[in-house]
Design a protein around this ligand. Structure first.
Ligand SMILES: [Mg+2]
Length: 339
């Protein structure tokens, strides 16, 4: 699998301040906690991964904590080690990213090119998250071709008026994506999206919580549906794909059991004509680099959303968007280690 067997596992807990506090339905988070996992081989290479539990996604944070706490140290028997983390999604995701980092290092290619199917994209488009016509205009002036607008917090009338002014400000060529973060029930979603269709959004993300209800909103309004909150696991992505519930999948590699299975699921989406947006779990730069490599691996034009700067402090550098694109220097492997 990589050059020489595993010698040592490094596990480091991290606590990093968010750039702005993150509110969920139940709590407000000022810091992101997670674990960096380093897999060291007998030839001295280390690959890194990121375990980042989050409420409502992936598996059980307590199980992840237990599996990782017990994994630190020297391992003579690799089977015993893999048994220890088996079935714990965040732990498996972290070890898999570390293993893929090692394989790419040993092969001498960026992680993006590890699958060998084609050379990955050199740069990856991103969107600008905007609230108003003035912010949208400023984003377009900075080179963005796609803006994303959150809806569903105010009345439908207010959202429609705001989106009309944003469309008027950016003109017809800029792609506008909407994200309701499951704010509406199905009936309200159909009423709202029917009216928002007039500004020709590229898609609306998660108009309501239930996957099948989202598909009905799409059918009733003619607006493409992206699923995000409904895709909390690998199994959810496959369910949405086989039931035809989405036009666009928002893929978070952090909640797949392996980086390669996230790639495989994204490729299945593309083959089924479903668009893919790769995003992160607001985790440290180690996991976000894994997501960036994944977006690049999927080919030209696949967007990496929300990766740039969720944290006020971080463990590694991450590229800054220029003209609406991330254009990193691709080196072998994942290319970063936590400092
Ligand atoms: Mg979303």
């Amino acid at each position: 699998m990589f050059d020489g067997p595993v010698r040592r596992i490094h596990v480091r807990r991290y606590v990093l301040r968010f750039a702005t506090p993150v509110r969920t339905a139940t709590a407000t988070f000022t810091h992101r906690t997670g674990w960096h996992v380093g897999v060291e081989t007998r030839d001295g290479r280390i690959g890194w991964g990121d375990a980042a539990p989050w409420p409502g996604f992936g598996g059980d944070a307590v199980a992840a904590c237990d599996a990782l706490a017990g994994a630190e140290g020297t391992w003579e028997d690799e089977r015993a080690f893999f048994d220890r983390v088996a079935g714990v999604i965040e732990a498996e995701a972290a070890f898999s990213l570390a293993a893929c980092d090692l394989m790419a290092q040993a092969t001498g290619v960026p992680l993006r090119d590890l699958s060998g199917r084609a050379r990955g994209a050199e740069s990856v488009p991103v969107h600008a998250l905007v609230n108003s016509a003035a912010e949208a205009e400023a984003a377009v002036a900075r080179g963005y071709r796609t803006v994303k607008v959150k809806v569903g917090a105010a009345s439908i009338d207010a959202d429609v008026a705001r989106l009309q002014s944003i469309r008027a400000a950016v003109g017809g060529d800029v792609s506008i994506r909407l994200d309701a973060n499951a704010a509406w029930d199905e009936e309200t979603a159909i009423a709202a999206v029917s009216r928002l269709a007039a500004i020709s959004p590229a898609h609306i993300e998660q108009p309501t919580r239930d996957m099948a209800a989202c598909a009905r909103v799409g059918a009733a309004t003619g607006v493409d549906i992206a699923l995000d909150e409904s895709l909390g696991s690998e199994a959810d992505v496959h369910r949405a794909l086989v039931t035809g519930a989405m036009d666009v999948a928002v893929i978070k590699p952090a909640y797949f059991r392996s980086w390669m299975s996230a790639l495989a699921a994204a490729l299945q989406c593309q083959r089924a004509g479903v668009g893919v947006v790769v995003t992160c779990a607001l985790e440290s730069a180690i996991g976000r680099w894994g997501a960036l490599h994944l977006a690049a691996a999927l080919g030209e034009g696949v967007e990496a959303a929300g990766l740039e700067a969720p944290l006020a402090e971080d463990v590694a550098d991450f590229p800054v968007a220029v003209n609406g694109r991330l254009n990193p220097t691709w080196v072998t492997g994942l290319g970063v280690a936590p400092r």
